[in-house]
Design a protein around this ligand. Sequence first.
Ligand SMILES: Nc1nc2c(ncn2[C@@H]2O[C@H](COP(=O)(O)OP(=O)(O)OP(=O)(O)O)[C@@H](O)[C@H]2O)c(=O)[nH]1
Ligand SMILES: [Mg+2]
Length: 253
Amino acid sequence: MPFNDYETDATELLETYDFLMKYIVIGEAGTGKSCLLHHFTHNSFKDHSQHTIGVEFSSRTIRLGEKRIKLQLWDTAGQERFRSVTRSYYRGAAGAILVYDITKLSLIASSFPSSRESFQKLSRWLADARALASSHLVVVLVGNKSDREEEREVEWAEASRWAAENDVHFLEASSLTGDNVEAPFMLAARSILLSIESGALDPEKAGSGVSYGDRALRRVNSSSRLSFGSLSRGQRRPVKLKVKNWVPGSQCC
Ligand SMILES: Nc1nc2c(ncn2[C@@H]2O[C@H](COP(=O)(O)OP(=O)(O)OP(=O)(O)O)[C@@H](O)[C@H]2O)c(=O)[nH]1
Ligand SMILES: [Mg+2]
């Protein structure tokens, strides 16, 4: 499904959704994690971004086909000194946005590592996330700062190869221009929904990183089955919800 087929809706007053999903945003300091997230939630570049201290939380509700999905977004600090704190937030994440910097030099070179380093350290970030998050964790690798093409240090092909070898999705983005800032979040949500649809991921299971929202429950009340309409045409498989285990207002993970 091309990305422009996705619709997003952050302005609706009534906060109803079909699924709640937990995401973590991880990667070396200075790669632009906070700016990427800020552009996704505020539709603007975050000026004068400072190092994240520990973890910051935000959320946004998106629409994917017929489904409304509330994303719980945990922006983690890339600095080593916060590693033990940030790792504790990985637990039960369904999606991870793994960010590196494609350019040669960081804007504040003295306080950030070189971007080549942010790419070389990806394996460690990925290993940590896979060890601590949901066993069905969907990872999207994002090469950020694509607006600085003339200062590029990490080639698209090299990162794409790494992504394929490590079984993660991949794309490049710019938190400055807004290019591709929505795509990683949508891509992860779509992949998670497909896992639910196929029966591989059960939102009722603790630690899955996903839970049903009130909108899904209402649909179940009118028919006891939840169908994933437009997500994977031709391969639809209705998922039966066990309503008795659902707790109103329960949070995911
Ligand atoms: N040119 C350009 N600069 C960017 C982009 N994204 C972020 N930056 C700059 O990169 C620097 C670091 O951005 P942050 O978002 O704070 O980095 P971070 O990954 O959250 O860093 P930590 O919180 O320390 O882990 C800032 O000076 C941003 O202005 C981008 O897409 N293009
Ligand atoms: Mg940050």
